[in-house]
Design a protein around this ligand. Sequence first.
Ligand code: ZN
Length: 334
Amino acid sequence: MSGCTTAADHHYLFPQGLDEAIDIEVEEAKALGIRVTLTRGSMDLSQKDGGLPPDHVVQDADTILTDSERLIGRYHDRSDASMVQIALAPCSPFSATKRLMRETAELAERYDCRLHTHLGETEDENRFCEETFGCRPLDYLEDVGWLGSRTWLAHGIHFTTEECRKLGRHKVGVCHCPGSNAVLASGFCPVKELTEAGAPVGLGVDGSASNDGSNMIAELRSALMVQRLNHRSAAAFTARDAIALATTGSAACLGRPEIGRIAVGAQADLALFTLDELRFSGAHDPIAALVLCGAQSADRVMVAGRWRVEGGLPTGVDLAALRQAHGRAAERFC
Ligand SMILES: [Zn+2]
């Protein structure tokens, strides 16, 4: 509803009884008609072994690798028009062992799928890596065989200039999550340094723990605000730069040049916005208006040539029922 045509989801919790979480996501994505890269997330380093997550939410490496292989075999479609791809995604240095990182990279190489993890999100992570692995997070990533164009990272804030160059040389992607970074006060992702170095940079909304609304078009505005503040310059980041992150940049992070652009031969994925609300009525440049005036919802969204949102509403979804069910589920966490 906020104009997203392809979603990448990092799901890394598989408590007992929810072993088939990714299978459920595939089913739901198919019903919605949205294109997805679903990551088989994982955690195998719990508190008892010096990690961050409690013992009951982690799985052992063998279970994770076997299930990753099962999901790739069942759902990973590498064709141009693919609606479902599987990526492999140990959660973060705090929650995955070196063995899991290494063997996950080998699996991704064997089956030609992408690798994803959190890296460079907080200063804590620098300290943790130095204490646990004796090096900085990016050196750790290199050590476990992840430094390559298959990999895209969430956040990517605490990188030095030299590290940005290294990411660029190896074509490692970074997903900038400005809303989450602001909510959690994590810091500024060096978007310009990364793109100038040749690293693909995309745009993400992060999860509900740090971006409660997850609105894609609104995230473009956050990117513009955060990057201008980062450079203390209004000229440093334009509305078109924000759109590039959310389209070609994100598609590059997912390794999918056939999406994220409007061109002959590309996939027919479109998000259409009307500018007839009062908030837009003074605008001269429609592209800048979309980002600067705070657009909230798409009027129409097409995925793979089919309208999936019309008149601002998703087709075939009972929103009132969904809202109730979601509210009830959330109450259980109070
Ligand atoms: Zn995150």
